[in-house]
Design a protein. Sequence first.
Lengths: 392, 392
Amino acid sequence: MSNTFARRMGTVHRSFIREILKVTANPEIISFAGGLPNPELFPVAAMDTAAHGVFAEIGASALQYSTTEGDAGLRAIIAKRYKDVRGLDVDPDSILVTTGSQQILDLVAKVFIDRGDKIVIERPGYLGAIQAFSLFEPEFVTVSLEPDGPNLDELEAAFRDGAKCFYSVPNFQNPSGVTYSLEKRKAVAALLDKYGVLFVEDDPYGELRFMGEDLPSIYSFCKNPGILCGSFSKIAAPGFRLGWLVTGKEVYDKLVIAKQAADLHTSTVAQSIMRRYLETNDIESHVALIRERYGYQRGVMVEMIKRYFPSEVSIIEPEGGMFLWATMPEGVSSMDLFDVAIKDKVAFVPGRPFYVDGTGENTMRLNFSNSDEGRIEEGIKRLGRSIATFLK
Amino acid sequence: MSNTFARRMGTVHRSFIREILKVTANPEIISFAGGLPNPELFPVAAMDTAAHGVFAEIGASALQYSTTEGDAGLRAIIAKRYKDVRGLDVDPDSILVTTGSQQILDLVAKVFIDRGDKIVIERPGYLGAIQAFSLFEPEFVTVSLEPDGPNLDELEAAFRDGAKCFYSVPNFQNPSGVTYSLEKRKAVAALLDKYGVLFVEDDPYGELRFMGEDLPSIYSFCKNPGILCGSFSKIAAPGFRLGWLVTGKEVYDKLVIAKQAADLHTSTVAQSIMRRYLETNDIESHVALIRERYGYQRGVMVEMIKRYFPSEVSIIEPEGGMFLWATMPEGVSSMDLFDVAIKDKVAFVPGRPFYVDGTGENTMRLNFSNSDEGRIEEGIKRLGRSIATFLK
């Protein structure tokens, strides 16, 4: 039967990370491998009340088919928050509600990528984007991620060479934790406009800043409308599968067509509960709580790494988000280290899957959002021990 | 900017039906155009209780990321219902929960369709499938739908000619209302096995039979595992966007990869509420209620058509489902009739969009699930008047 699969399936595989998560299901293992928000912070009681309110007030409408574009009330709230929180003017009619922000990547790939098109991504890059785009058989062009954003020479070279699209996570990137500086944001926007490259700005973590100043989106500096992506997964809860995008009219219409074909519309139930939750709760103070907790955990992890990791290991200290990136000396394999570490009951994600060019062998991603202080201390101690053994 | 869209976007358009639904939003218009279940039958109070139960019992887990395959408890219930209701043995591990059954069509297209592959569909065919498949640029081959199923000579000719896949809705098909006879089911299965064609059996309406006997799925007659599709949209509520597929191991694994890339997993919230609803309510008596109501409405529509439609119009009397199919004399355009009818404040779906070959000009689809007796009588009267005026 395998000869009947489409050609595109030859190049994609199950998410390596999701496979790792199965190994780490054992509760004795301290896992920094996942990318999960901390469930202790999910607003369970408020969602319960919101759900009851929805069924009591709008009843059957919450259970019926609804528009592909998304709930009008929810889109109005998203637009208002862009204004209030980011100072960004966004027309609710330019917002498309999606089945998680992962779906945006699938829709963008469908609407824009012909086989062989050059798509620029960061090196290391977000695995979900690599997976979604790969199914449409682009040629990936990668640009180095430096501590303040992409290498601009590489980026311009890629654009000059006919890139169609640049996919970027400018705030607390997954996996690296890197945040683009203000200067690089402006420079990237100027290059995008100069070369007419489609920009996809993915921003699931932007509101989770623990230190430093919020920076404007690159979207806000661009003359040509790109696609700005947002998500409720990190500021409320991922189990709803609710994301959204903002874009210009022409692109919007094409994405709506692709979404109709993909799943008709995003769950009416999920959208209705989220809308009511937002209408009846103070999401801003909830986000502040998440920032405080994750910021604390991030601080513990950085401190413990300095205490327990061999000095040959360098890290990028993130200003927000959920991930910390570590680099071991050249020639050291984090894939091999993983096998050693798992015996000491600690897990992380080896960096190589984030590099489409097969490099990144000596890197790793550590998640700090989903472990408390005690587990972070113990886990980093174990991992430091594994690395030290391994380096010998 | 339009020159940057992918080639595949040139062949697809917004759903004509969804555009019609905007015209019919006016409550003065009696609309037989939609494909909506009757919201009066949605189990609102039971879903409210189920949602509260979920938040009280599993709390944060219902809001977290979850597996791509879907909730294990929900899959067990789906498998049990296949056994209890259909007498079909289905392994829960062969079930993939999807974001509505529309998503299955997108995933199947991704996993199987290379540009130019021959995909066999019914004529008329389900619009959602035509849309989802079109994005992957197949060559559609259509087979005539007769009152007892597809024309077998045409089907064999298409299979012999190298068809890769046959997509079919054997129970109360959308749009035609046609149900395959037992003989044709067996014959189709034999042809599928003989030619090694992938079978996608879409069955959203199978449980909504008002008269006659339930017939086994074609899937149950096939030696090679195809893909059997199901949905909660018509037996519970569509607003959850919950569907599922059943298939063999090799195909399953590929579909899981495609689903990971599409939206990671189906909404945990939606799956948890549906599971609890099914665990704590008698879905079988709920489905019996839907069958009774729709069956009554279908009877009224058939009777009123016989009373008010000109005799030149022929119909297929469906044994279940949500749709009734009418054919006017050759040369009469239901697109033109639509403009006349809408002035008399009654709407339907012209049949042409269901024909990829551009025929079907003289056909129309009428929905009976979402109008009560009074509106069906008045609407069919108006439509009969419009047709009579038009035929003159």
